[in-house]
Design a binder for this molecule. Structure first.
Ligand code: NDP
Ligand code: HSE
Length: 440
């Protein structure tokens, strides 16, 4: 890069500040320091760390103490700063800090999915207005390059579906549950210790983190503005070790999936964006994604199916994606370029989960007496839901009926479950999960 010396290039040092020095920020500061020589060559100008903001400046950190401050608002407007890396998390203060940086002509790199899933529009407009960049590769899939391929590599294609495992914490938990038979809260603490979980782990286990990522992916893939509130969301807190054992009997496992797809609703194009734990067949590529790994499968008109796989969480993997963005933004400063602008021209509406075709897996305790099977199957028929497989386990008090349906509108499926819950013959509907990854 530095070979292409050109009088139009701006080779002055690039001042960088890092807001937040937690799991990810610590690794970004480390790479900035350790790889300074390589970065200078790759960018075409020295990349200089000018400051790091934290809440508690008294804690010892692996950085020159003179760079530490608890006043990020002052850092983001400083004249010797070109690039702001936001790694605090949450909506405020990051939103105000990023706006302030953009308005002051600084490019911004962030890993903050919670913020981007709600305020991407406002922040992108501020970046465009001020002629600077806003990059957020690390906000989805940790180390995995998925945002840049969607925005740039597939810019000439038409994406129909983006689906995958985008939360490392819940995948770590579900994998451990499947392997050891433990319940989710037993393994949650370990995910936190390893630096995967959010500051508030309910963002992970309740599916908010995956829903934020689904909103970001859907917005980019379908050139529309989708926010976290548009995403249907269920988390994994109700999943038990028994569910995973039952799934295994169906040659399936349970994964928290984020699914963004283009639907054709009576000739009108819509987007479905949804997050829920679902059964997937063991032979499906996503079933083999374990631990904190993430994987995203993209299906597009001309490229066909692409799969992106890698470490979806953790300090160093996420810092790798942050650094990639940082180099992009820095090069743009040197070579007077610009990153891609937000693209929302399609403005597709978001479909309600009620109208999305899904398959259900329903497990229930039933009275073991003549006529019960007919009553239960009648409840499905009444809502127009066709049964694909039915199995009875146990007998007497312990009789359990497991039903897997064909595809039908989610509303019809959920109304069937509600009807089952009211039936005398059904003692308890113990588990309801959707089934994904099948061709039916
Ligand atoms: P941490 O909680 O580990 O670190 C947050 C940092 O921000 C800390 O240094 C903290 O200071 C500082 N901070 C917190 N609140 C404030 C505040 N109100 N004002 C100023 N500084 C504050 O977060 P992570 O490093 O895990 O995550 C950072 C971002 O990266 C988040 O947006 C997260 O969603 C995202 N991300 C994280 C991944 C991961 O695997 N951890 C993966 C992908 C994205 P102090 O150190 O003094 O407490
Ligand atoms: N808490 C998130 C996860 C971090 O577990 O996937 C990565 O975005």
């Amino acid at each position: 890069m530095s070979d292409s010396v050109d009088s139009r290039n701006d080779e002055r040092p690039i001042g960088v500040v890092v807001l937040g020095m937690g799991s990810v920020g610590t690794e970004v500061v480390r790479i900035l320091t350790e790889s300074a020589d390589d970065l200078r060559e790759r960018v075409g100008a020295p990349v200089v760390l000018r400051g790091v903001s934290v809440r508690d400046v008294s804690r010892p950190r692996a950085v020159d103490p003179a760079l530490l401050t608890d006043d990020p608002a002052e850092l983001v407007v400083r004249d010797d700063v070109d690039l702001v890396v936001e790694l605090i998390g949450g909506i405020e203060p990051p939103r105000q800090l990023i706006l302030s940086a953009l308005e002051s002509g600084k490019s911004v790199v962030t890993a903050n999915k919670a913020l981007m899933a709600v305020h991407a529009g406002e922040l992108s407009e501020a970046a465009a207005r001020n002629g600077v960049d806003l990059y957020f590769e690390a906000s989805v899939g940790g180390a995995i390059p998925v945002i840049r391929p969607l925005i740039q590599s597939l810019a000439g294609d038409s994406v129909n579906r983006v689906a995958g495992i985008v939360n490392g914490t819940t995948n770590f938990i579900l994998s451990a549950m499947a392997e050891t038979g433990a319940d989710y809260d037993e393994v949650l603490a370990e995910a936190g210790r390893l630096g995967y979980a959010e500051a508030d782990p309910s963002a992970d286990v309740e599916g908010y983190d995956a829903a934020a990522k689904a909103a970001i992916l859907a917005s980019i893939a379908f050139h529309s503005r989708v926010t976290a509130d548009d995403v249907y969301r269920e988390g994994i807190t109700a999943i038990t070790a028994a569910d995973l054992a039952a799934a295994a009997k169906f040659d399936c496992t349970v994964k928290l999936l984020a699914i963004c797809e283009r639907l054709n609703d009576g000739g009108a194009e819509k987007i479905s964006a949804r997050v829920y734990p679902a059964l997937i067949p063991l032979e499906h590529p996503l079933a083999t994604v374990n631990g904190a790994f993430n994987a995203v499968v993209v299906e597009s008109e001309n490229a066909g199916r692409l799969m992106f796989y890698g470490q979806g969480a953790g300090g160093a993997p996420t810092a790798s994606a942050v650094m990639g963005d940082l180099v992009m933004a820095a090069r743009n400063r040197v070579y007077r370029g610009r990153g891609p602008l937000e693209s929302t021209y399609a403005s597709l509406p978001v479909a309600s989960i009620d109208d999305v075709p899904t398959r259900y897996y329903v497990s229930m305790r039933v009275a073991d007496r003549p006529g019960v099977l007919a009553q239960v199957s009648g409840a499905f028929a009444e809502k127009g839901v066709s049964i694909s497989a039915m199995r009875q386990e146990g007998a007497g008090e312990d009789a359990r009926l497991i039903i897997v349906t064909h595809r039908a509108a989610d509303r019809a499926q959920s109304e069937t479950v509600a009807a089952l819950e009211e039936m005398d013959a059904v003692i308890k509907v113990s588990s309801v999960l959707r089934l994904e990854g099948t061709n039916e």
